[in-house]
Design a protein around this ligand. Structure first.
Ligand code: SF4
Ligand code: SF4
Length: 388
């Protein structure tokens, strides 16, 4: 019997309702997107100054100076040629800055994917009244894989690299040193992603982030099941990831390196893949290394590098919905821990406050022989147990 035929009538209605609401969210985003020709694209040359160019790119003088490889306090009214900038370099930097142009529609697609993931995990993954013997059929992978493909294709290649959760975080850091005209304008998108990470454990990472989804898809390739997949010690990956956040802030504020405005993540931002914009060789290296490692290690970029991954890991303590364990039923057999790629399930069973990242991938939810694990509201009642 297929997954759909197992769902109760109420669940089928819920599924249709969720898809309709998700589609309506995307349509709303579509209707609000500016349409048509936005006028001629401004051309720039090196007789112009930073002050002439930056406002037309929606940038600040400091930010453009940094992108051009100049000190932040360089004279902003001087022609670029007199600052040693060649036309080729200016064209490359302008192309890069324009590549950061955000489509608002993407925020709506992120929200729609997270909504779908949330309802699937909390209400649709396990058919109502399904017997425990059928648990391997709960939370079908095909549903998750379909959401991941949408995330990669729509939130990645179709709508381009920006916005995304990682850049939302980095841009907030950059705004603090004046690299954007408004701090608030960057904090709001960051908060948006944070809320999507808190409604369910890292739901935006697990279900909507295009680079996270690409890594998840590679890790899930069935033909590669034979590759020994190692779990990374969480203390190690999280120390590196958190250390990188601290190091970035120290460089950004000029405490280290003496080059205020320097952003480490700029040189390893794998989201550039979705614009095919590799303006530094190190970006291409970061993409290739992350994707190759993802065949054997679960989400290497998320676990070792991503600043949003680190911040949303801290925020997971406040997640409204999450993987829950019924301690009266759990006999610590380790079944969930064995299938969990991040180590989170074992930590949750142990009741650790600072468990490893949970990406809400649902792998643990259909293996427990005692039906002691589910996905629900942190403060809500336990899910009704399956029949024996
Ligand atoms: S942790 Fe991974 S999934 Fe989450 S924002 Fe970063 S790259 Fe995307
Ligand atoms: S298998 Fe691990 S990462 Fe996936 S939902 Fe369960 S605890 Fe979270």
């Amino acid at each position: 019997m297929s997954y759909l035929s197992r769902l109760s009538k109420t669940q089928r209605l819920r599924l249709v309702g969720t898809l309709v609401v998700a589609a309506a969210i995307v349509m709303l985003g579509w209707s609000r997107e500016p349409k048509g020709d936005n006028g001629a694209i401004a051309q720039f040359d090196t007789t112009m100054s930073i002050r002439d160019i930056a406002p037309k790119l929606g940038s600040t003088g400091k930010s453009l100076a940094r992108d051009l490889g100049l000190p932040l306090d360089v004279p902003k009214k001087k022609p670029l040629a007199k600052l040693g900038i060649k036309q080729k370099k200016l064209d490359r930097v302008v192309g890069h800055v324009r590549g950061h142009k955000e489509t608002q529609l993407k925020y709506y697609v992120f929200a729609a994917l997270v909504l779908f993931g949330l309802v699937f995990l909390v209400r649709l993954g396990r058919p109502d009244g399904a017997p425990i013997a059928d648990r391997k059929l709960w939370y079908p992978r095909a549903v998750y894989i379909a959401a991941l493909v949408v995330a990669v294709v729509v939130c990645g290649f179709m709508l381009g690299k920006s916005p995304n959760p990682m850049e939302g975080t980095v841009k907030t850091f950059k705004a603090m040193v004046g690299l954007y005209p408004s701090v608030w304008g960057k904090v709001v998108p960051f908060l948006f992603f944070l809320v999507l990470a808190i409604v369910g454990n890292k739901l935006v990472c697990g279900w909507a982030c295009p680079f996270g989804a690409l890594q998840e898809l590679l890790y899930s390739l069935p033909s590669l099941d034979g590759i020994r997949r190692r779990k990374v010690p969480f203390w190690l990956s999280n120390t590196i990831r958190g250390g990188l956040v601290v190091l970035t802030l120290l460089f950004l504020f000029g405490v280290l390196g003496g080059k205020k405005g320097f952003v480490i993540y700029h040189y390893i931002n794998p989201f550039n893949l979705f614009n095919l914009d590799f303006d530094h060789l190190s970006i291409l290296v970061a993409v290739v290394v992350s994707l190759v490692l993802a065949l054997a290690i679960y989400r290497p970029f998320c676990q070792f590098i991503c600043p949003f991954g680190f911040i949303s890991w801290i925020a997971e303590r406040f997640s409204i919905t999450r993987v829950r364990v019924d301690r009266q039923l759990c006999n610590k057999c380790g079944a969930c821990d064995r299938v969990c790629p991040s180590g989170a399930a074992g930590d949750i069973v142990e009741g650790k406050l600072f468990a490893a990242d949970c990406y809400s991938c649902a792998r643990c939810l259909n293996v427990c022989p005692h039906d002691a694990i589910d996905y629900g509201f942190a403060l809500g009642k336990p899910f009704p147990k399956a029949a024996d």
